[in-house]
Unconditional design. Structure first.
Length: 170
């Protein structure tokens, strides 16, 4: 019962952070228009070894990363300890699902689940490249997208958010 209450509080907190963006979208598009899901903003390359992501309409930094050489839409999440991918993405980037051991208990916005640890050969965006990045694979029902967590970010020379831009430096 306590875990359900904690989970509900977490979900409410996440939703509360998204409501201002939804109201802004309604104000921009009018009350009678349908609001489309935010598209990933293009990546700007400032100089070699530096990539800049622009925030989407909800304030998140999304872009097309390359995981083991395969293009993958992902969101940067400083609250995620590791890069997190689902089973479908894992298969697409060459990970054998049959060999995974989903033994690590983790907490997500959807509740408690288990994850398998892998090591990505490389994670790239623009001219920024990091090799041998720790990641978790979660079941498809536990994770719908890809999160770029601290196992990638802490291996950079630096990263900083300035206004609506996130600068990643190798």
């Amino acid at each position: 019962m306590l875990m359900r209450a904690i989970g509900l509080v977490f979900v409410v907190a996440v939703v509360a952070t998204q409501v201002p963006g939804a109201f802004e979208a309604l104000k921009t598009h009018g009350p009678n228009r349908q609001v489309e899901a935010p598209a990933a903003r293009p990546v700007a390359v400032a100089r070699t070894g530096t990539t800049v992501l622009e925030a989407d309409a909800t304030g998140h930094y999304r872009g097309t990363f390359r995981l083991n050489g395969k293009a993958t839409e992902a969101m940067v999440d400083t609250g995620a300890s590791l890069v997190a991918i689902n089973e479908t993405t894992a298969r697409r980037i060459g990970v054998s699902i049959a060999s995974l051991d989903f033994k690590y208990p983790i907490s997500t916005a959807n509740g408690e689940t288990r994850a398998a640890h892998i090591r990505l050969q490389r994670v790239e965006i623009g001219t920024v490249r990091v090799e041998n990045v720790d990641a978790f694979v979660l079941r498809n029902k536990a994770l719908s997208g890809t999160l770029i967590g601290m196992s990638f970010l802490k291996r950079l020379g630096g990263y900083s958010a300035e206004g609506d831009r996130l600068r990643l430096e190798r």
